[in-house]
Ligand binder design. Structure first.
Ligand code: FAD
Length: 476
């Protein structure tokens, strides 16, 4: 076989290169560090962790991150193997000795007879004779390559600075307080005038909320984050500082909304939540981009009536992040529609996190290898963590057209909100259990989703299915 080229030797590129080499195909991995650095990386090892040393939960029984770890192990992941070898104590999380981990990934790839590592910056789209290339250059893609990708994909296709509003799980919202309604009952395409979830605030609640926002701890900008705020997407705490009424005339305006639970009392302010995925399991907080610290955010947002028990799939943040509008630009096997000889992998595709980036590298490596061998490209089932994340990236998100020109595709960590619902009737009260509360149902749902994911993933990979313990619900 002629070689496959992988540009970028981070989490995604290293995993992609490994999968390709393990499939028996030569791979050339082009990594610029050693010649040119990034604003966040410190060294020259492949798969360097730029910040925390945690791969998050390793619990494959009821945590979506643990499930994706397990699926990656089933698929022979290099990143997971090196992480397991270099793990440090971290409770149920998988944390690693960062140097040991990155050195191990580098050594494995350097030693592989089918892998060639070239230290160079690729400053434009691949030449025509690279007929099968993966771009895995991450959130800090070098400016020259970013400009070429932007030229190929269109003006607005590459985000250089990212404002993120929190996203929460719909089933953690208290609908005894909140209600469904679009502002002025406006019916959008395919809608019914009830597209948003609304959380009402009275005057005292609003002022307490503003006080909390102003007092909240924010994350300091790093030097490389010195980009000014986008107009029209100011962090909410900055808006609150500019005037106590600013939010009430901005994202929290109550106009055109009538509280279905209390129609005669006009809300003083309203927080709106917008459906975030096609499944309708996740909602984002409209206009709530923030750089408050994570703990502070959760505490403050749970002051909002109806969100007292909110569970967040992702908290808000402001940071530089280069990613493409994948649902529009990529086909189901992550090929650039306008140039199918190029695939994308890692955070640049719109996933978020070390593990997620590596997992998309794993998939892209497998897809590119299958193509090189002339075999059919087999996509992971949508019920798996890998498949759920892939479908978020390649089109599973909800496209909103109420804000023309503003893209709705946002980077996302893996979470159960991306998985398809279980078949109706799957969650049944275990025999002999006295109480079966909402919390028990949620635990059982996660366990069943995890088991379904791992069973389907093993079948997809043609490996034996893992053995599971019975699902549990403590019921006390
Ligand atoms: P990277 O790991 O960044 O790999 C991309 C590689 O491509 C780099 O080695 C880079 O040198 C190389 N490259 C770039 N341009 C070129 C070019 N033109 N030619 C050749 N090589 C090139 N996620 C977490 O889970 N936990 C965290 O704590 C965390 N902290 C983060 C902190 C920061 C500052 C940033 C920016 C992101 C963070 N992330 C975190 C998000 C994400 O998980 C990481 O960025 C992750 O490394 C992404 O993996 P990747 O393979 O897509 O990109």
């Amino acid at each position: 076989y002629s070689p496959i080229h992988v540009i970028g030797g981070g989490l995604a590129g290293s995993e992609a290169a490994w999968q390709i080499a393990q499939a028996g195909i030569p791979v050339i991995l082009h990594e610029m560090r050693g010649v040119r650095g990034t604003d966040a990386h410190q060294g020259e090892s492949l798969a360097e962790l730029v910040c925390s040393n945690s791969f998050r939960s390793d619990d494959a029984t009821a945590n979506a991150v643990g499930v994706i770890h397990a699926e990656m192990r089933l698929a022979g992941s290099l990143i997971m193997a090196c992480a397991d070898r270099h793990k440090v104590p971290a409770g149920s999380a998988l944390a690693v000795d960062r140097d040991g981990f990155a050195e191990a990934v580098t050594a494995e790839l350097e030693a592989h007879p089918l892998v060639t590592i070239v230290r160079e910056e690729i400053s434009g789209l691949p030449p025509q004779d690279w007929d099968n290339t993966i771009i895995a250059t991450g959130p800090l893609t070098s400016p020259a390559l970013a400009a070429s990708i932007q030229a190929e994909t269109g003006e607005d296709a590459l985000a250089f600075f990212d404002a993120i509003a929190p996203i929460l799980h719909r089933d953690s919202i208290n609908m005894d307080i909140c209600w469904y309604q679009s502002r002025y009952d406006k019916v959008g395409p395919g809608g019914n005038g009830k597209d948003y979830i609304n959380c009402p605030m009275d005057e005292a609640q609003y002022h307490a909320f503003i006080d909390a926002l102003i007092a909240g701890d924010t994350v300091g900008f790093k030097e490389w984050e010195g980009t000014p705020y986008f107009d029209g997407c100011l962090p909410i705490e900055i808006m609150a500082e500019r005037g106590r009424e600013t939010l009430r005339h901005g994202p929290m305006k109550p106009m055109g909304l009538t509280n279905a639970h209390n129609p005669t009392v006009k809300a003083y302010a309203v927080v709106q939540l917008r459906q975030d995925n096609a499944l309708g399991t996740l909602y984002n907080m409209v206009g709530f981009q923030t750089k408050l610290k994570y703990g502070t955010q959760a505490d403050i947002f749970r002051m909002i009536p109806g969100l007292e028990n909110a569970e967040f799939a992702r908290l808000g943040g402001l940071h530089r992040n280069t990613y493409i509008d994948s649902p529009r630009l990529l086909d189901p096997s992550l090929r650039l529609k306008s140039r199918p000889s190029v695939r994308f992998a890692g955070q640049i595709t719109g996933c978020e996190g070390y593990v997620e980036s590596a997992s998309i590298g794993l998939l892209t490596g497998r897809f590119a290898s299958a193509e090189r061998k002339g075999e059919p490209v087999s996509l992971p089932p949508a019920t798996t963590a890998l498949g759920s994340l892939l479908s978020h990236i390649t089109g599973g998100h909800l496209s909103t057209d109420e804000e023309p020109g503003k893209r709705s595709f946002q980077p996302m960590n893996i979470n159960f909100g991306l998985f398809p619902e279980l078949a109706p009737g799957s969650i049944v009260r275990p025999e002999g259990l006295k109480r079966f509360r909402g919390k028990d149902k949620t635990i059982m749902k996660r366990q069943l989703m995890a088991q379904r994911a791992l069973t389907d993933c093993a079948a997809w990979l043609g490996v034996p299915a893992p053995v599971f313990a019975q699902v549990e619900a403590d019921g006390d």
